[in-house]
Design a protein around this ligand. Structure first.
Ligand code: SF4
Length: 472
């Protein structure tokens, strides 16, 4: 940078060694312009969760407290994959690890997971992305931001399936990477200190399905008693994710048909006393694809509660509770307006009948027609006092649509629900007797969304990139 600046001064014929050299002798990071910072080659450290969450944590924290634009990428498999499988502080509650296993009496890791992404976000000015390569749109978009952020250090924590240590098939890494996000086991988020002026605008949960709810919906393909392919829709929890991986295998047992049990998301809503004697379960299928239920251990219940608490913390940081309060307030206001309009209508009816009664009384007493102006002064005034409530409109009607007859043509290119997750979501439908993943518009979402020019432009882009051209 010193050479570049001197060259520029030389070209302008303005270089004065006696004046400029003392300044250049102490030129350092903090004086670089954004353009100069952007010219620097990327310096990136790549490590696993063992190296970053545990062994190098103190050094990492020291680095994050500087303004040095170093990139730190963490391949977070939640286990020391390289050295035989010890648990790290990024491992999940209940997880079994190769080098920390003591037979059936041991119920896996007992501590809760450390959240490096959150800790990094609370260092000054650090850009943080937590993502998964299974969400290609989210991953690519934010990796570019991570690589070009030059104000301070940047951290990229990537959910990284480890087939051997997680106990999943080689071809399942992408499916499990996506399920980790959808089940809230490892949500995606971005912390960008350049966005807005308060913490709620720095955190962004875009990319997580149903980000304003505790759980997103999942679907399970099964075969009913008549041999027909069916889909069961249910709230996806971390227990549903864990049930599919060998590292949590000891926590699940097949329940007998007819055994009394309740879904895990309902179970954790019960107070401790009401849980006594009850069993929580997750849905699954047997080898012939028939529906079965699998009981869930107390450790997995703890895991689900701990993951929900973490997810709610992220929702709070991203201002989701503020958005919800605003929506609740708008709904309350609408209900009050309807109540007011109803009361005014009833009052008009009452005044009409009083006025009619008074007119009849006046006629029967032979009073002069229209005398006293009594009815005349009441009726119009009452009518004027009854303004019709303004119809709420946010201009989003017919903003975007998919013809239900076209839904089956979707090729599941993922563009819509990955690039515009506020409007689109992934679901499964049965087509010709087999389950198929498709993109769709989140039911009811258009009733609450405001059609800003920015949103319209994003919809147009998604529609243009829709592989099956069914988005209108
Ligand atoms: S963009 Fe079109 S083809 Fe791709 S998932 Fe969405 S609806 Fe399906």
């Amino acid at each position: 940078m010193r050479a570049l600046r001197i060259a520029r001064l030389e070209l302008e014929d303005a270089y004065e060694p006696a004046t400029h050299d003392p300044f250049f002798r102490y030129l350092s990071w903090s004086q670089f312009t954004p353009e100069e910072l952007a010219l620097l080659p990327t310096v990136m450290s790549i490590g696993g969760d063992g190296a970053t969450y545990d062994i190098g944590f103190g050094a990492l924290s020291r680095l994050l407290a500087t303004r040095t634009p170093v990139k730190v990428m963490v391949l977070n498999s939640g286990v020391y994959s390289n050295t035989g499988g010890q648990a790290s502080t990024a491992s999940l509650t209940g997880q079994d690890s190769d080098l920390a296993r003591f037979g059936v009496a041991h119920s896996g890791k007992q501590e809760d997971r450390k959240e490096l992404g959150l800790i990094a976000s609370f260092h000054p000015n650090v850009f943080v992305v937590q993502s998964s390569t299974a969400l290609q749109g989210h991953f690519l978009k934010h990796v570019m931001e991570f690589l070009t952020y030059s104000d301070s250090p940047a951290v990229l924590d990537v959910y990284t399936p480890c087939q051997a240590e997680h106990g999943i098939a080689d071809a399942q890494a992408s499916r499990h990477g996506r399920l980790a996000v959808e089940s809230r086991m490892s949500p995606v988020f971005v912390h960008d200190p350049r966005r807005g002026s308060n913490i709620h605008s720095w955190f962004n949960l875009e990319g997580n399905p149903d980000a304003d709810k505790d759980w997103a919906m999942g679907s399970l393909e099964y075969v009913d008693a008549d041999g027909a392919a069916k889909l069961l829709e249910y709230p996806l929890t971390p227990a549903d994710f864990a049930a599919d991986e060998s590292r949590f295998k000891k926590h699940f047992k097949t329940l007998k048909a007819g055994a009394e049990a309740l879904p895990v998301h309902e179970f954790i809503d019960l107070p401790a006393a009401a849980r006594e004697g009850k069993t929580a379960f997750v849905w699954s299928t047997d080898d012939s694809k028939h529906l079965i239920r699998r009981s869930v251990s107390a450790t997995i219940i703890r895991l689900v509660e701990e993951r929900r608490k973490y997810w709610r913390t992220l929702q709070y940081l991203a201002g989701k509770d503020v958005v919800k309060l605003d929506a609740d307030h708008a709904a309350e206001l609408q209900a009050l307006q309807a109540q007011y309009a109803d009361a005014v209508k009833q009052r008009d009816g009452a005044i009409d009948s009083i006025a009619r009664g008074m007119s009849q009384l006046a006629a029967s007493s032979k009073a002069p027609a229209g005398g006293g102006g009594f009815t005349a002064s009441l009726l119009p005034a009452a009518s004027a006092a009854a303004p019709a409530p303004a119809a709420a409109t946010n201009g989003s009607a017919a903003l975007v649509s998919i013809d239900p007859d076209d839904q089956a043509k979707c090729t599941n290119c993922k563009t819509c629900y990955q690039d515009l997750s506020e409007i689109f979501e992934k679901t499964r439908i049965v087509v010709d007797g087999a389950a198929k993943e498709v993109g769709r518009i989140i039911p009811g979402v258009l009733d609450h969304i405001t059609a800003t020019p920015e949103l319209k432009a994003r919809i147009a882009k998604v529609a243009a990139n829709c592989d099956s051209e069914i988005i209108r």
